[in-house]
Write a protein that binds this ligand. Sequence first.
Ligand SMILES: [Zn+2]
Length: 248
Amino acid sequence: MSTDPISEFPFDEVLLGDRLAQHLASEVARRVYRSGDQLPPETALAKHYHVSKPTMRQALQKLAGLGMVRIQHGRRTEVLDESNWDVLDPVIQRALTAAGRKEELCRHFWEVREMLEVAAAGHAARRASAEDLDQLDSAARELRTIANTSQDLRRFLEIDRLFHDVVTRASGNPALRSVLTPVHTFLNNILWEAESRVQAEQLVQLAEQHGRIASAIRGHDPAAARQAMAEHISFAEQEEFPARPNAV
Ligand SMILES: [Zn+2]
């Protein structure tokens, strides 16, 4: 628990519950409180953070909704194991990032992309509409143009994101898109923060990979689409986000 908590919350009272939830989530992600630990009583927490009991309750309810704690009537609030946390929610993502655990989250998200987007590409090859196919072709063309001319990484990443979103949508499974959208958002933000890592020649290779995925989907060839996507994700993970196990 921070020793100077109130200075971290010079915000409007309405936002206090959310800010407090974010702070507590970061403390849990830092393992100040561990799985199975009981938090201090609500009254003591409210006093410590100089907030009202309803505000503290609101913060704890938010964490309960994210699977971080369990509120039990008449008993103290218990910290839940990490396997219960909703890592697709930005509160948990910010908490893990603040705790120096961003790399770990990135690894898990790349693994999700590898599993789900390869499958999505296969489904898209069966189900993509004429409009999806046109959008994929046009995105792949624009990626090639950027790689060969301006090499504007920000624009490249925007179109890259759009391309993958179209593949996911073309898979015809809205649940897949619900899972992948926050994953893409998180990983894209990381790339934007560290844009110098991607080199110009890698952009050309990345653009070609998107072209191969688009033409396999247009050719209604699920096996080729899956393979092209698998190769792309594996390349992109290594090039865009090289494993840095010692980094924090
Ligand atoms: Zn891509």
